[in-house]
Design a protein around this ligand. Structure first.
Ligand SMILES: [Mg+2]
Length: 280
């Protein structure tokens, strides 16, 4: 049993965890999401998605809580959610933004200051849109126009389309790493940004709740399905690995308070959260 003096809180990945890998549906989780809201247990989306994407999605989810975007690069907190706000938060429309990363413009500056030797070997989403418009972005991403526009709405990293040789790419990565950047290789693009992760953002938001809501203690549950979830799955008080049809479960160091779902995606999410709720 978990001490009744602890405030429970849930941090959940979206794609392949709360959302079905193929259809992006969360229908199977709706009754459990409603129950958590009635119980006063916040559900915090924590994802590689952008502010633009998650702010749309949370309306569909009927979620009124803070959320964490771009793999921990920033926390978005609805205004009036807490009675007060902290000095380093930025005012952005209906939200306070607590940034953990330098903004995207910084990473473009880092490129122009440090990557002259590689001119012609790469293009960025920013340069493609400047030179060839969203049509150019559609060509390199394979997305439709609406998706291409949305994919460019990131605030804390710059996607890079590499055109040169592999050996030159390694030299490029080394140069920018030495200049203070972190490069992540995705399926099609390199992303240049700060060294952020979901685990650090989970701790940070838990501390914000304790400071601003005066909770004496909290019990966090993290749910995720893949490699970029490992940092938060290791650090949360309880962890759930959601089984995936497309890849193996990520390996974790912990054994305690760890559950691996039998079902996939939102069905596995509901199965695991229902079991966890029996601890209270
Ligand atoms: Mg996922």
């Amino acid at each position: 049993m978990i001490s009744p003096s602890l405030q429970p809180i849930i941090f959940t990945d979206l794609d392949g965890t709360l959302l079905d890998h193929y259809s992006y549906s969360f229908e199977a989780a709706i009754p459990t999401l409603d129950k958590l809201e009635r119980l006063g247990i916040p559900v915090i989306p924590i994802t590689s998605k952008t502010f633009a994407e998650v702010s749309r999605l949370r309306d569909q989810l009927n979620n009124r809580h803070p959320f964490i975007v771009e793999n921990g690069a920033a926390i978005a907190i609805p205004k009036n959610y807490f009675d007060t706000h902290l000095d380093n938060w930025l005012d952005q429309g209906d939200f306070w933004i607590c940034p953990n990363s330098k903004p995207r413009v910084h990473w473009n500056q880092l490129l122009s200051n440090n990557a002259q030797a590689f001119v012609g070997e790469y293009e960025t989403f920013t340069s493609v849109v400047e030179q060839r418009g969203y049509k150019g972005l559609q060509e390199i991403t394979g997305l439709n126009l609406a998706q291409a526009i949305l994919s460019n709405e990131r605030n804390y990293s710059e996607p890079i389309h590499w055109l040169g040789s592999d050996s030159s790419k390694q030299a490029f990565i080394k140069t920018l790493t030495n200049a203070g950047g972190t490069l992540l290789q995705g399926g099609r693009f390199l992303a240049l940004g700060d060294a952020v992760d979901k685990g650090a953002a989970l701790s940070q938001l838990t501390n914000i709740y304790q400071t601003l809501n005066g909770f004496s203690g909290m019990h966090s549950l993290a749910l995720g399905d893949s490699g970029n979830d490992v940092s938060m799955l290791e650090i949360a008080d309880s962890a759930v690995v959601i089984r995936s049809k497309t890849h193996d479960a990520p390996a974790l160091g912990r054994q305690d308070n760890l559950y691996v779902s039998n079902l996939y995606g939102p069905e596995g999410w509901t199965e695991s959260v229902s079991l966890w709720l029996k601890n209270f």
